[in-house]
Design a binder for this molecule. Structure first.
Ligand code: ZN
Length: 266
């Protein structure tokens, strides 16, 4: 038995040594062939020909659009700034014999093509205001799910608010709280060549005649108007509603389906 183990051991060892030996031989042969085939060519230059390498200048790579997180001195506004302001900590409240409950806040923005969506023109206008003024835009109300929309402002007028479909924003600008007309002018400047009109028909919840063009409708709430749950601050504020998208040729209107069936809930 001992003799057989020893014999097997010797055979395996011999095979391994033979394999290692072959591998070494193969490498040595390849090296020899490479040396044999190398052609050395002399580098030829004129006697007054000097090669001077210039130190390369550092050229920073321009940031990709998703890396531009700042907008002047402030954070760039994204759709995340529009999340619903509802909270489970808000207690139920009774209005006209009905009990209203706020949403928990744990839900998505409105969806478009299965992605969270806020009308990009609203976002670009707000970022332009930050860039031009160097001041921070404070969004007080972006998206409002239907539950939070009713809880925050149960008025009949508010039931078809475009906040529910990601097409409206309320905001003011820090440092320009008392000069909203300047901000409204900046909004209109974002539509060069566009003819803004005043809405004179009335019947709205503001005393100042709104401004509008084909694409947007701008309302100014004075310090004692529009004090819903999301606008419990002492400043006048501006609301921009989307009306029309020239890129998709789409009129942007509120519908019950868009408001109630178009976002993900917990
Ligand atoms: Zn909500």
């Amino acid at each position: 038995m001992i003799m057989r183990i020893n014999r097997n051991y010797i055979v395996i060892s011999c095979l391994l040594m033979a394999l290692i030996g072959c591998s070494h031989l193969e490498k040595a042969e390849k090296k020899r062939q490479r040396r044999k085939n190398v052609i050395a060519e002399p580098v030829v230059r004129l006697s007054d020909h000097h090669f001077r390498s210039k130190n390369p200048d550092y050229l920073p790579r321009p940031p990709y659009s998703w890396e531009q997180t700042r907008c002047g001195d402030h954070m760039r506004i994204t759709k995340d700034y529009f999340r619903c302001g509802g909270s489970a900590r808000h207690p139920p409240k009774a209005v006209d014999g009905k009990t209203l409950f706020d949403c928990s806040g744990s839900h998505s923005l409105p969806l478009k093509d299965n992605k969270e969506f806020i009308w990009p023109r609203l976002i670009s206008i707000l970022n332009a205001i930050q860039t031009k003024t160097g001041k921070r835009v404070v969004i007080t109300c972006g998206h409002r799910c239907p539950a939070h929309n009713t809880y925050a402002d149960p008025s009949r007028y508010n039931q078809v608010s475009k906040h529910q479909i990601g097409a409206e924003v309320d905001f003011y600008v820090e440092g320009l709280e008392q000069e909203p007309e300047k901000v409204i002018q900046l909004i209109m400047d974002e539509f060069p060549g566009s003819d803004f009109k005043r809405y004179e028909k009335g019947g709205l919840n503001v005393s100042t005649e709104p401004w509008f063009n084909r694409e947007v409708f701008i309302k100014l709430y004075t310090a004692d108007e529009g004090r819903d749950l999301d606008n419990q601050h002492p400043y006048p504020y501006i609301s921009i509603q989307m009306r029309y998208d020239p890129k998709t040729n789409e009129w942007i209107t509120y519908t019950w389906e868009k408001a109630f069936k178009n976002y993900l809930r917990e």
